[in-house]
Write a protein that binds this ligand. Structure first.
Ligand code: WT7
Length: 610
């Protein structure tokens, strides 16, 4: 019986079997309680410690000398950390955090570069039942602050600075700005760059807090539904949503998918996921999935072109990486740099290639297969979201793959494509992707906002989770993802809301009104194009506005283009018609304008831009 049939035959038993691959302090009474839908409870009454599962149990199984993390710094320094060392470090960090008086359920914000302490900090939180909220290092102090405030974090763990493209970039001044006047009682600072920092009473060096602690710590078990982390992601409104994940179901699905989708062989594989721990991919496929599976992995601190464009291939060669998991935007960047670069390295260790974050175009898929995979590595195109916690749709290696298609729901997962009224569409017809059965790693809500949780995901179609993606079936019944159907953009695999960028723009004194669209971009998937109406025709504001957005949200949200226009196209009810602006941004003839309040607006815009 294959995995699909097995899962279809008895879904609860199938997931129970996956959960039993973990170590539980006490077992569950039933697998799924869906009576309070849409808030699921998985492995009801079961108890476990997530960090124990990711670290200690491997040491107890005699694998203490196995390398958990091959860490590679941007400047070429490296460090190998075994599971036994990881156990000691996590224990020390847990003892340190506990000494601050933190108790299970408290929230801890983490903004760190890609250094081992990031993983250790997350696991130390998990070990104590503290709920971490990791904030990507590229987010601005204002973005960090709003996340700290929303979750009422008691502690922020950050660094003095980080290395970026050969230089040291300070982080502590931003942290100071972010925590001022918030609930944060202590800022714990990892010394990374050695740059001088301003210090105040609430600040503590990580090494002072952690190094002298005992390297043993007895983990307590927590309920399967104990909150593990909050991770903020963009939605259709300006305010990011704190996606809440819990322990037992999340870890079960993260570990199961990491094992089955990559065909993981923990005793021989060297796995590398190029994401940052600040995104969900880093949570599930750098920290929790791989470590729960006892894998050996590479963690790289820097950018792919520092100090040269062959950096990733050099790392694959150096460590004999067998599984490589990255985003289409990077593959398209490699394409631009040229096939000669990977060709200069020995990539023969590679066995499985993964893709995530945005639809992969067939051209990039084929290039990835040929120039990185030498035509012999299966590519798994994995569709999932911050909200789903773990992979949902992906081929399994060994299956016949199709360039550009994520193909089918994984065993145990229910996905379907429906039309406006919730009826499944036929092959070739475009519809909405929905998830029609609860899954173990599903989000348990939006932090502090149960109403928004129901409204956003569960009100569009009755009984189905609305993912926000368009999709279609081909004639074999395979799924093709077509991008977002809402006002969420996907730039280099990062999710950014149009409203969020618009709010940042109008917060600038010279902007009267702004409308933002995602326009097709050859490398980044989508690029941010902003249309702004200036107050009193301020000149030379364009560059300043781009920088203003980067300062408000973070460099990832910096518009590719800012176009100054005299008017914005609006319907009679005042809604901005982004569709028309997208036509302009993508240099197409403008579509149907009959629903505009003033149909001459598009001509005005065209004339102004000519
Ligand atoms: C959105 C979720 C999944 C972790 C990283 C992004 C898009 C993601 C794919 C894929 C087509 C994809 C979707 C989704 N997306 N993976 N394989 N094919 N689209 O997580 O930031 O929560 O974004 O990314 O549009 O809704 P996220």
């Amino acid at each position: 019986m294959d995995l699909y049939t097995e899962a279809d035959t008895d879904r609860d038993e199938f997931w129970a079997r996956q959960a039993r691959r973990l170590s539980w302090a006490s077992s569950w009474s039933n697998v799924l309680d869906w009576s309070a839908a849409p808030v699921a409870r998985w492995f009801v009454g079961g108890r476990l410690n997530v960090a124990y599962n990711c670290v200690d149990r491997h040491v107890e199984a005699g694998l203490g000398s196995r390398v958990a993390i091959h860490w590679e710094g941007e400047s070429g320094e490296s460090r190998a950390i075994t599971y036994a060392e990881l156990q000691r470090e996590v224990s020390r960090a847990a003892n340190g955090l506990a000494s601050l008086g933190l108790v299970a359920g408290d929230r801890v914000a983490i903004q760190l570069p890609m250094i081992p302490e990031a993983v250790v900090a997350m696991l130390a939180c998990a070990r104590l039942g503290l709920v971490h909220s990791v904030v990507f290092g590229g987010f601005s102090p204002a973005a960090l602050r709003s996340r700290i405030e929303d979750a009422a974090a008691r502690v922020l763990i950050t660094a003095d600075g980080q290395f970026r493209r050969g230089g040291a970039v300070p982080m502590k001044p931003g942290a100071d700005e972010a925590v001022a006047g918030t609930s944060v009682e202590h800022v714990v600072v990892v010394r990374r760059t050695g740059s001088s920092v301003d210090w105040s009473e609430r600040d503590l060096w990580w090494h002072d807090l952690v190094d002298a602690q005992s390297d043993t710590h007895v983990p307590e078990s927590f309920d399967a539904e104990h909150p593990l982390f909050i991770l903020y992601t963009s939605g259709t409104t300006g305010r990011p949503k704190g996606i809440l994940h819990t322990s037992g179901g999340y870890l079960t699905q993260a570990a199961y998918t990491h094992s089955v989708v990559f065909d993981l062989r923990p005793e021989s594989d060297v796995y590398w996921c190029t994401a940052d721990v600040g995104w969900v991919t880093g949570h599930s496929y750098i920290v929790y999935g791989p470590l729960a599976n006892g894998a050996t992995q590479v963690i790289y601190e820097g950018t792919p072109d520092t100090p040269h464009q062959g950096r990733h291939f050099e790392i694959i060669q150096k460590y004999g990486v067998t599984i490589y998991y990255t985003a289409p935007t990077l593959i398209r960047t490699f394409m631009k740099w040229g096939a000669d670069i990977p060709a200069a390295y020995d990539l023969s260790s590679l066995r499985v290639l993964g893709s995530v974050g945005e639809p992969i175009n067939p051209e990039a898929w084929l290039w990835y297969s040929e120039h990185i995979g030498a035509g012999r590595c299966p590519i798994v195109d994995t569709w999932w979201q911050t909200e789903t916690g773990a992979m949902m749709i992906s081929p399994l290696p060994g299956a016949e793959t199709k360039p550009g298609s994520a193909q089918r729901a994984l065993p145990g997962i229910g996905a379907s494509i429906v039309d406006d009224s919730g009826v499944p569409v036929g092959p070739g017809e475009t519809g909405y992707l929905v998830l029609d059965k609860p899954w173990p790693s599903m989000l348990r809500g939006i932090w502090g906002d149960p109403e928004r949780f129901r409204e956003t995901y569960w009100s569009r179609f009755s009984g189905f989770y609305f993912a926000g993606d368009g999709a279609k079936y081909d004639s074999d019944g395979d799924i093709w993802l077509l991008g977002r159907v809402d006002d969420v953009m996907n730039v280099s695999g990062h999710r950014i809301s149009t409203t969020e960028v618009e709010s940042a723009l109008v917060s600038h004194p010279s902007v009267a009104e702004a409308a933002v669209v995602g326009a097709a971009d050859e490398t980044t998937g989508q690029g941010i194009v902003a249309f702004v109406i200036l107050r009193g025709g301020a000149d030379g504001a364009v560059e300043e506005l781009r920088n203003h957005v980067a300062k408000e949200i973070g460099p990832i949200a910096k518009p590719r283009q800012v176009l100054v226009v005299p008017e914005l196209p609006k319907t009679r009810s005042g809604k901005i018609m982004r569709r028309l602006l997208r036509d302009v941004a993508e240099n197409r003839a403008v579509g149907d304008t009959t629903t505009l309040a003033d149909s001459s607006v598009m001509e005005l815009i065209a004339k102004g831009l000519a």
